[in-house]
Design a protein around this ligand. Structure first.
Ligand code: BG6
Length: 507
């Protein structure tokens, strides 16, 4: 592919179906779902036989709803909106108001779905997207079951996409899994983790398993340690209410960061079949060594931002944010050191850090290789003998870079570290994307590879359970402990320094 060719989605249209969105007037729907559906429509990846039935608590007519989403798409589309495509899309979008806890709402919804199915010949296939408060996931699935909306009779398929957070600890995740599995088969359940919709995250698999040269060195013999960073400059914005019950650990670690750990550390699957891939991911998550309370104290660091400056602007501390208690002990930063107990990774620490109000928005995986076995360049100052490092840049820049030593030109032998860079956009061009296109398309073609299986969600929670327990038992004493606009609490640096390492500086 040359740089000049514009990049477009390619592929066959998805299967005919009705998509049903619960929480249709919410933020996720307008910011991500409609712009993603529009991108799919524009690329001809939706079946011609397609319809969307939206539902929410607001009393709106279909006409009023269509007007509303037409105004919203102008703000949130990732590309110029083509009027013909949008018209096609609008003509198959319907709205019914309803309360997810009321059985009669499902009867109304059912009538609207059946009608849309007939009008657009969608072959009786439905999928439901639960973009609603997690408190209603179980109830909504139960009611869908009671209304007969998820029975796969006469060769029709019925699928349900469930947003995050899936539970708030191991017990609640297990309970929710049990509840929804009374109604749905595992293969009908699509637990979303939007990190898996990111191109570069998907590319980890391709990078590792389609390039023969990396696999032989992808292990404890050559890798010193791995650092995974997911840093955000934003604070909690308007989500103080939710965040107070969650905190950075629950919000980011068992889902997004564990996805990155599992893709980086998993064994090669025997195929790219959903269960082969997810089986390997699940195995490696099970191999994360459970932490004892002493290990939690040493290897799990928490922080909360105080006031500070981001991009030369003064910002509030977490405790001053909307819907946050003035004495809140909720963490907005976490750093963890994990060990994976298997042959490939024994002795190789995985350091994870994530936080809000850090100086830069960046998500990346840095693989730090061991030094060369023998230092031949004795006269070179030691800081110039840098080890090889491979960085997978996930966002905002997408790409991969490899650092290696090179001779600095000149008559004297001097060494420097240089980077070999691959940047997605430079090479392939930019593709308009919200990150949800692939996930929705996959659900419409029945490919669950990029969705979380029940056991993956449960193992994620069970790995962080010891941290939750110790942190609950010992409330933090010195919050806030980092200023907004800095790289987190000093204990996170000490965690690395203790092992003779440091966080990769990101500028
Ligand atoms: C969400 C979290 O799942 O992921 C948010 O609830 C976080 O708190 C977001 O900001 C980060 O996603 P992204 O795609 O911006 O890295």
């Amino acid at each position: 592919m040359s740089k000049t060719e514009p990049l477009t989605y390619v592929g066959d249209p998805a299967q005919p179906c009705v998509m049903v969105i619960f929480g249709a007037t919410g933020d996720l729907t307008k910011r991500k779902l409609f712009p993603a559906l529009y991108n799919l429509a524009k690329a001809n990846l939706l079946a011609r036989e397609f319809a969307i039935v939206c539902t929410g608590r607001n009393e709106l007519t279909t006409e009023a709803f269509r007007e509303q989403i037409t105004a919203d798409i102008k703000t949130f589309a990732t590309t110029e909106v083509d009027a013909n495509v949008w018209d096609w899309f609008l003509n198959r979008t319907y709205y019914v108001s309803g309360d997810v806890t009321a059985p009669e709402s499902y009867q109304k919804l059912k009538a609207a779905i059946v009608e849309a199915d007939k009008a657009h010949n969608t072959h009786g296939n439905y999928f439901f997207y639960l973009a609603i408060s997690p408190n209603f996931f179980g109830e909504t699935v139960r009611q869908l079951g009671a209304a007969g909306l998820v029975d796969e009779d006469n060769g029709h398929w019925r699928r349900v996409i469930i947003e995050k957070p899936f539970g708030r600890d191991l017990d609640s995740a297990k309970k929710l899994n049990a509840e929804i599995r009374q109604v749905l088969d595992e293969r009908q359940i699509y637990r979303i983790d939007h990190y898996l919709g990111k191109e570069t995250v998907q590319n980890i698999l391709v990078f590792r398993f389609s390039n023969g040269i990396f696999e032989p060195i992808w292990n404890r013999r050559y890798i010193d340690h791995v650092q995974i960073t997911a840093a955000e400059t934003v604070g909690v914005e308007k989500r103080g209410g939710y965040y107070e019950t969650s905190g950075a650990l629950r919000d980011m670690i068992p889902n997004h960061l564990f996805q990155l750990v599992s893709l980086t550390a998993m064994e090669p699957p025997t195929s790219f079949d959903a269960d082969a891939v997810r089986g390997e991911q699940s195995k490696v998550l099970h191999a994360i060594a459970p932490m004892s309370p002493e290990e939690v104290l040493a290897n799990a660091i928490r922080g909360q931002y105080g006031e500070g400056e981001i991009n030369n602007e003064k910002v509030f501390g977490y405790r001053q944010e909307l819907n946050v208690a003035p004495t809140s002990t909720t963490e907005t930063y976490v750093a963890l050191k994990l060990m994976i107990d298997n042959w490939r990774w024994a002795g190789v620490p995985f350091y994870l850090r994530t936080g809000k109000r850090l100086p830069k928005r960046v998500t990346e995986i840095a693989i730090q290789f061991k030094s060369a076995p023998l230092t031949l360049f004795r006269d070179t100052p030691v800081e110039r003998l840098r080890t090889n490092r491979l960085v997978i840049h996930i966002q905002p820049d997408e790409g991969i870079s490899l650092r290696f030593g090179a001779k600095i030109p000149g008559p004297i032998m001097r060494l420097g570290a240089v980077e070999m860079d691959f940047n997605y956009e430079d090479h392939f061009g930019k593709i308009p994307s919200t990150g949800y296109e692939r996930l929705m398309y996959d659900c419409m073609i029945g490919d669950a590879t990029l969705f979380q299986r029940a056991d993956m969600v449960e193992i994620g929670w069970s790995e962080i359970e010891p941290v939750i327990d110790v942190w609950n038992a010992l409330p933090p004493r010195a919050f806030p402990n980092y200023a907004a606009g800095t790289w987190g609490p000093k204990e996170a640096d000490e965690l690395m320094a203790r092992d003779g390492r440091e966080w990769r500086p990101i500028d």
